[in-house]
Design a protein around this ligand. Structure first.
Ligand SMILES: Nc1ncnc2c1ncn2[C@@H]1O[C@H](COP(=O)(O)OP(=O)(O)O)[C@@H](O)[C@H]1O
Ligand SMILES: CC(C)(COP(=O)(O)O)[C@@H](O)C(=O)NCCC(=O)O
Length: 410
């Protein structure tokens, strides 16, 4: 099956009863899946955890067992939605929804879903999997997912500058306000003031879809990662017009522009007397990536300035943990803010919306799992007391690794 699923722990070998609560984020480019898979021996009445939980101020439900397990992540191209449906079906993930127990006949299964595709593909899910999509607002899910990751997951946020990655210590009591910039197909900029307290303050249509769309047309690359890979070997100066190209090799010092600053992205192409075939795809990819990343970094900074925000978290699958992308965004934020603002990135960059949709199961009248606050239990520590799911990270830092977590179940 040609899909992009990255699922740890061989969930195919797991009996279906251990998998539950599938949530989806169906975006313009990619479908993201999050689902909970519990450990074999995890279902038990854990008094110790319960009392720790209560000491952290969380209400527990003594009638429910504590379930330990992992959140798993997978993604598919939206254009290959049939592969995604097949994956869900083969793993029986669609049974991991909820029944609306307030309805007279509660035989319908609902799956939490967000993103535009939750509307666009609702009928397809009904037809192929006999499930209804319970739609959650995309911005709300992004914010819920971001707050969850930032408060609950150890080493989730990091800075990236000059090739140096540094994990940020996030104090959950000193998280707000911040600017969340989600770079998906398009870009949304959201000022976050607390749990469920946010405002979408800006956006731009020059996003990940622009990079991939233009890149595909200009380089004939067949997939996104190939285009990203090409940019490694490219030199943007071949196509970008620099200040030095205009100023005869010198800086324009009076207004603070060095000779190497890009004066006009792709600007050299107007004077080179060259055709598209005369440019190397590597150089095109590099210029394009720099243009989009720079622009997003600059607009983000301007919005941070508008609201006096010092921290900007960048998410969305455009970033892809790619060094040059993160470096360009960081440099742009640093340059425009004169070092006042800081760009940060998230390990689970592309799964914020899907995680937010997953968390929204809590609102329902469930006959399966609910999520709840559980203090530290697994090997890597979690410091926040204000989390809905207790969790820790495992695996390598590729953004798709599962998250260990504990939830209350029935
Ligand atoms: N395998 C991939 N296929 C397509 N786009 C990808 C892939 N990996 C990363 N991307 C980038 O991620 C963007 C989509 O990011 P995402 O956060 O999933 O947004 P959306 O919700 O709009 O699908 C694409 O526009 C592209 O720039
Ligand atoms: C419409 C969207 C919220 C959809 O989210 P996406 O699938 O791109 O993640 C996003 O593409 C967006 O914010 N676009 C920018 C629109 C604008 O503010 O100009």
């Amino acid at each position: 099956m040609d899909h992009l699923a990255h699922v740890s722990n061989q969930p195919n070998s797991q009996p279906q009863s251990q998998i539950s609560h599938l949530a989806l984020d169906i975006g313009g480019s990619l479908i993201k899946l999050v689902y909970f898979c519990r450990y074999d021996d995890s279902c038990r009445d854990d008094d110790e955890l319960r009392s720790q939980n209560e000491s952290l101020g969380s209400k527990s439900d003594n009638s429910r067992p504590v379930l330990g397990g992992k959140l798993h992540f997978a993604k598919f191209e939206t254009s290959k939605i049939n592969d995604c449906l097949e994956f869900i079906h083969s793993m029986k993930l669609h049974l991991g929804g909820f029944h609306d127990c307030t309805a007279p006949s509660s035989d319908k299964i609902f799956i939490k879903a967000t993103g535009g595709g939750a509307y666009k593909f609702a009928d397809l899910f009904k037809e192929k999997l006999s499930v209804s999509l319970d739609k959650e607002d995309e911005m709300e899910c992004l914010v819920t997912g971001a707050n969850f990751l930032l408060k609950a997951v150890h080493q989730e946020a990091f800075t990236y500058l000059d090739g140096q990655k540094e994990f940020a210590q996030i104090d959950p009591n000193d998280l707000y306000p911040y600017l969340l910039v989600n770079i998906g197909s398009g870009v949304s900029m959201i000022k976050v003031d607390g749990d469920g307290k946010f405002e979408r303050v800006s956006g731009t249509s020059l996003g990940g879809g622009t990079f991939w769309g233009l890149g595909r047309l200009l380089t004939k690359c067949k997939n996104f990662d190939e285009l990203l890979e090409l940019s490694h070997q490219g030199n943007n100066r071949v196509i970008d017009m620099l200040v030095g190209d205009i100023y005869g090799g010198t800086d324009y010092a009076k207004i603070g522009l060095s000779a190497t600053t890009i004066a006009s992205s792709f600007g050299k192409a107007i004077s080179d007397n060259k055709e598209l075939v005369d440019y190397k795809p590597e150089d095109i990819s590099r210029s394009l990536l720099r243009m989009i990343s720079n622009n997003i970094g600059q607009i983000s900074y301007l919005n941070a300035l508008r609201f006096g925000l010092k921290r900007i978290f960048f998410a969305g699958f455009f970033i892809r943990g790619h060094a040059y992308t993160m470096d360009t965004i960081s440099v742009a934020v640093n340059f425009w803010s004169k070092g006042e603002a800081e760009a940060m990135f998230l390990r689970h960059e592309g799964f914020l919306g899907a995680l937010g949709a997953f968390m929204s199961y809590e609102k329902q009248c469930l006959d399966g799992l609910t999520v709840n606050k559980i203090p530290q239990r697994f090997p890597i520590s979690v410091s926040s007391a204000g989390n809905k799911i207790y969790c820790s990270m495992n695996g390598k830092s590729n953004g798709n690794e599962s998250i260990e977590c504990t939830v209350y179940g029935t």
